[in-house]
Ligand binder design. Structure first.
Ligand code: TIU
Length: 227
């Protein structure tokens, strides 16, 4: 801990500093629909097993945040049961025979209230942790996330979850434009495509941290444990 009470994480392109009261762990879309067979991720043609390596490092960070009483926020991508917030363009994209709102093995695909839409049991939200239901890829679009962050005085975000180049990157960019400093631990985010994982992280930290910072979660753990 620094003398002013902040923590300093070794990261790229340079150290990331956060205050315990002004930081939130923002866990993006760790839902059964993306991480378990029979959901939206598999419907898109992906091997969902590729994302499961992100679970254990997320559990480790979540346990630290919970034990210290720091802010934790979860997001879920999905739509109202009446599909009123589902753009027709998103419904038909990909020309898959099964699409958002259709019934799959975990209930209606990407629909709020269905089993597949919920967060995986390993990272299930606890009372007091905000859960943001978002209709888009970015967590700020059509949600009250920005209001919640401002009301709580949150200025730094540690953003984890899936997928790296889709909802994580979109959210990092939205957050950056709203004035938040974003740190992305590389082992806590996952992609169905190894090359997008690599490039998705490079894009964030390039050009002096044009969108934010990247580290390994070991660096966050080390910073927090270094009193
Ligand atoms: N398809 C894909 O990689 N991701 C998504 O559709 N949503 C999220 O990233 N959460």
């Amino acid at each position: 801990m620094n003398t002013n009470g902040t923590f300093q994480v070794t990261a790229e392109p340079y150290d990331f500093e956060f205050g315990p009261d002004s930081v939130a762990l923002l866990i993006i879309d760790m839902q059964r629909d993306f991480l378990e067979p029979g959901g939206f991720g598999e419907m898109l043609g992906n091997d969902v097993a590729q994302l499961r390596g992100t679970i254990e490092p997320n559990v480790r960070l979540l346990n630290i945040w919970r034990s210290r009483g720091w802010h934790v926020i979860h997001t879920r991508e999905g739509h109202r049961p009446d599909l009123g917030c589902l753009p027709p363009a998103k419904k038909v994209r990909g020309k898959s025979p099964t699409t958002i709102g259709d019934v799959g093995p975990m209930g209606r695909i990407l629909v709020r209230g269905e089993a597949g839409h919920d967060i995986i049991p390993e990272l299930y939200p606890k009372f007091g942790e905000a859960v943001i239901d978002k209709p888009g890829k970015g967590a700020f679009y059509a949600t009250d996330l920005h209001a919640i962050l401002m009301n709580r005085g949150i200025k730094q975000l540690i953003i984890t979850g899936v997928t790296t180049e889709v909802c994580v990157n979109t959210t990092v960019r939205e957050a950056n434009d709203r004035g938040y400093d974003c740190l992305v631990p590389s082992d806590c985010v996952g992609s169905y495509f190894p090359e997008f994982q690599e490039m998705g992280l490079k894009m964030i930290k390039a050009q002096g941290g044009i969108f934010g910072w990247v580290c390994h979660s070991d660096q966050i753990v080390a910073a927090v444990n270094h009193q």
